[in-house]
Design a protein. Structure first.
Lengths: 153, 750
């Protein structure tokens, strides 16, 4: 049995410790908002927060999490940055196929939690690990700036 | 052109005994229940007489007249309006687009409008361009335009009739706006929901009046939000990857590392010992590991030992294939276009003070790599047949293939279409590939619903690529700088050959999808010769966002810049001079050039390039600005797009498709390639098949030509011209034409 804290809830799962957090979330806890895109931390579709840090769930063996680790997924993300980011994404109709967007949003929330005046270079650095094959990058950039403005207001 | 050919192919049947017999409808009541419409809902379709349309664009219902209404719009007592999309939404926003068309004629309030995917039913939901249910060729709005306007107008007329009867007032005095039906004189009003049950009992009108475009309140307006913009930002949108049926198991499939390889022997002892692995089954297409969850299935597959028989496999590398292509290009191919005498015109031009330009273009294999790896859930139904949950793009083909595998009737194959996490052409296959695999595994393991999951490696190595192409072109301008001769040879694979589509898609040895955009180029060359060699390989290939135009537009537009330079002409002026008979192409070219500031001087190291092309009846021009740094590395700074796709239903979605199309074109031009060594694909994942990332993405400015021409597509036409515009921008700085793709091959991309 592995115990993890997801979105503030204690969960117990009967899985091997090397099972990536991604599959624990998706297949064991039926939390499918976190996506499988590449399995090797190259696309960012599986991005969650572990203690607030954006983390690729596909390369995080569940056994590596400590009992105190707090995992936050798209289903449970809250707060000023989350609200601003999701509102900006909706205002600008960022999504196309939408499959990568949970991960994009989790990375953007982490960026704006730390930095409410991101430059284009900051956005490149924070978001380059998140692939969007629909190439919604123009709107992701605009939405991050919009959300930053909301947060500063 | 493509959709006409598909339609003919569909009419001619799919071979292997899979004819396109009409399929019967699913249970209407069950479907209404599934989408929550409940009893008393008004269900409207368009079994109305289709108006006479221009021959080129005329949709045509295939098969006998259907006595049942086509269910396209459901007005429920809870006051929701649900529009059923017969097309797959893989990001292009078609659910929103189709709903907008209905809502406009219905005068619904946008806030009450919902979208849902229609069930698989070829007879009710055929793409009129294809004659089968399917999405592709940027046809979705074009082929739904008339039937959805009529469906919306019919539903509106019935709501008006119900109100007229309820209030005993003349229907002519009843108005509808923003989802409210009103009789001003008596100051009475009712919502759609309040009238739905009464309206549902009325006859469907046989004639409806459609709106004048000047009265549109939704179509063409930029402030409508996509219907999926909330669910796709909070993790609640469901893709087939997220389907979880009771007792569901997960399967991954071991496939031959070489295309055309087959299973020789399997040792599954170690795989069966992996915790969570339930079963291992050998199939024609590979070896499936079935497990309790995805991780166990992947680990189980890693523990398999499979020996493959490569007797019929491709064992060449891509370098060897290209050498074979070059050899083939030495000889004439099958003729795709032949006007005048290209050889003579080129020789004459050279002899009389003109200039000839030679170009050899190499285009690599490319994977589609949609963000959602391919997957499908299949459950065998107790009464026979099965239910498939998938991002289904060619529903009719999938029904037929699944029926063939299971030995049931196509109508016993139910498809529950889900949001698709991208496709770019990948999900529309002539043999339903990944869905067929899932059905085969479900047949072999009937105890539980089976979720077949492809890993990213399966996807990158899994074929159905945009084919490898070689183009050899010689073209000439005369002493006056007029384009007088063009000779082009195209060598590559046909993805239509060997499929049920071959009979109509391949004419006189030429696959139309190989030469589209070249043999029918808009530039008026009096002496034009285009021919093609189709070379076979077990490597599987497929259409890829904008199909033949991905390479033909590139080769054409890069050559045009070289010819303009040889003629001493400005690239925009040179093109403009040749587009006098093509006002819509000239229109987008002029618009893009103006908006980009064409002709204004640029700083050292900056370049500007242009390209213009028609594809899928849509006209697009791109102007690209690039920086070439001191080390010769390039960066795309800005792209200006002008698009004319007729009447625009959702301008913001067209804009989004142009932004995405630009990214798609640039990303693959920069670094995209699939190569093989001894028949084994060299790339495996996004660490080797390098996608466009945020830092690569230029500023994109989109300008839409206002138009009331019939609407055409936007999903694909934003792709073909962006890469040649970038190449021409680099050419303007370096003088070196970029003729081998991707650009990273030339060392100019980090």
């Amino acid at each position: 049995m592995v115990r993890i804290n997801v979105n503030g809830e204690e969960r117990q799962v009967d899985v091997p410790e090397d099972m990536p957090l991604l599959w624990v979330l998706r297949d064991e806890l039926n939390m499918t908002g976190t996506k499988f895109g590449c399995g090797i931390a190259q696309c960012g579709a599986c991005t969650v927060h572990v203690d607030g840090t954006p983390t690729r769930a596909c390369q995080t063996p569940v056994g590596m999490l400590t009992p105190d680790s707090k995992v936050t997924t798209i289903e449970g993300v809250k707060g000023k940055a989350a609200q601003a980011v999701q509102a900006a994404w909706q205002k600008l109709d960022v999504v196309q196929c939408g499959y990568c967007q949970s991960g994009q949003i989790m990375s953007a929330i982490a960026l704006l939690t730390d930095n409410q005046t991101p430059t284009d270079q900051d956005i490149d650095a924070a978001m380059d690990g998140n692939v969007c094959r629909c190439a919604t990058y123009v709107r992701i950039r605009a939405a991050i700036k919009d959300a930053a403005q909301t947060m500063r207001a | 052109m493509l959709h006409h050919l598909i339609r003919q192919a569909a009419q001619n049947g799919f071979g292997d005994g899979m004819s396109l017999a009409p399929l019967s409808a699913p249970s209407r009541r069950g479907f209404l229940k599934a989408i929550g419409a409940g009893a008393g809902a008004l269900v409207i379709g368009a079994h109305l007489p289709m108006p006479a349309l221009a021959a080129e664009a005329a949709p045509k219902i295939i098969g006998p007249a259907d006595p049942r209404p086509h269910a396209f719009v459901i007005v429920a007592p809870d006051n929701t309006v649900t529009v059923l999309a017969k097309h797959l939404d893989k990001g292009q926003g078609i659910v929103t687009g189709l709903a907008t068309i209905v809502a406009e004629e219905l005068d619904a309030d946008w806030a009450q409008v919902r979208g849902a995917f229609a069930p698989a039913d070829q007879k009710l939901y055929a793409n009129h361009f294809f004659g089968m249910q399917g999405t592709g060729g940027s046809t979705a709005v074009a082929n739904s335009w008339d039937e959805l306007r009529m469906a919306g107008a019919a539903a509106r007329a019935m709501l008006v009739a119900a109100a007229s009867a309820r209030w005993s007032v003349p229907a002519g005095e009843v108005t509808v706006a923003k989802g409210v039906v009103r009789h001003a004189a008596s100051n009475r009003s009712a919502t759609f929901g309040e009238l739905a049950e009464e309206a549902a009992k009325l006859p469907v009108p046989q004639q409806v009046k459609l709106k004048d475009p000047k009265d549109y309140v939704l179509i063409g307006k930029a402030d409508l939000h996509r219907l999926d913009h909330v669910s796709k930002t909070n993790g609640t949108a469901i893709f087939s990857m997220d389907i979880r049926r009771p007792g569901q198991v997960t399967a991954v499939l071991a496939r031959s590392p070489r295309f055309g390889g087959t299973v020789k022997s399997v040792d599954d002892a170690a795989a069966r010992k992996v915790p969570g692995v339930i079963e291992v089954v050998s199939l024609l297409v590979g070896v499936a590991v079935i497990a309790r969850n995805t991780w166990a299935a992947i680990k189980g597959r890693e523990a398999l030992t499979v020996t493959w028989d490569d007797a019929k496999a491709e064992t060449r590398g891509t370098d060897a294939m290209l050498a074979d292509y070059r050899k083939a290009a030495e000889k004439p191919g099958s003729v795709a276009a032949n006007k005048g005498d290209a050889d003579k015109a080129i020789a004459d031009a050279k002899a009389k003070g003109g200039h000839a330009v030679d170009g050899e273009f190499v285009f690599p294999y490319l994977a589609h790599a949609p963000m959602e790896p391919l997957n499908a859930v299949v459950a065998l139904n107790p009464e026979g047949g099965c239910t498939i949950w998938a991002g289904s793009q060619f529903q009719t083909v999938e029904q037929m293939v699944a029926a063939h595998i299971l030995g049931c009737k196509p109508e016993q194959v139910k498809i529950d279409t889900q949001w698709a996490g991208g496709s770019f052409g990948r999900r529309a296959t002539t043999n339903a590939d990944y869905i067929a695999e899932a059905v085969m595994i479900a047949k072999a393991y009937p105890k539980a619903p089976v979720h077949l999951v492809w890993t990213r490696e399966d996807d990158i190595k899994g074929g159905r690529y945009r084919p490898l192409f070689l183009h050899k072109i010689t073209a000439a301008v005369d002493a006056k700088g007029e384009l007088v001769g063009w000779k082009q040879r195209i060598v590559g694979q046909s993805f239509m050959a060997g499929t049920p589509f071959e009979a109509v898609m391949v004419k006189d040895g030429v696959d139309a999808t190989m030469v589209e955009g070249a043999s029918d180029m808009a530039y008026p060359v009096a002496n034009l010769a285009v021919d093609a060699h189709t070379l076979a390989s077990p490597v599987t290939t497929l259409w890829w966002r904008s199909v033949g135009h991905t390479h033909t537009a590139y080769a054409k537009e890069v050559m045009i810049d070289r010819l303009a330079k040889a003629a001493g002409k400005d690239p925009v002026a040179f093109r403009m001079g040749m587009l006098k008979d093509h006002p819509r192409l000239a229109g987008v070219l002029k618009l893009a050039a103006e908006k980009a500031g064409w002709g204004q001087p640029l700083p050292q190291g900056k370049g500007r390039g242009v390209a213009v092309h028609e594809s899928f009846n849509t006209y697009v021009a791109h102007v690209a600005d690039v920086t070439v740094d001191a080390k010769g590395q390039i960066k795309v700074d800005r792209v200006v797009v002008a698009v004319d796709c007729g009447e625009v239903v959702n301008p913001d979605i067209v804009k989004a498709q142009m932004e995405g199309g630009a990214g798609w074109g640039i990303g693959h031009a920069l670094r995209g390639e699939i190569t093989m060594t001894d028949g084994v694909v060299d790339q495996a994942n996004f660490d080797s098949y390098l996608p466009l990332r945020m830092s690569d993405m230029p500023v994109v400015e989109v300008h839409i030509v206002p138009s009331h021409e019939r609407p055409t597509g936007a999903g694909e036409p934003g792709v073909p011209t962006v890469a040649p515009a970038v190449a021409n921008a680099v050419f303007s700085v370096t003088g070196q034409p970029l003729q081998t793709l991707p650009f990273s091959r030339g060392g100019i991309v980090s």
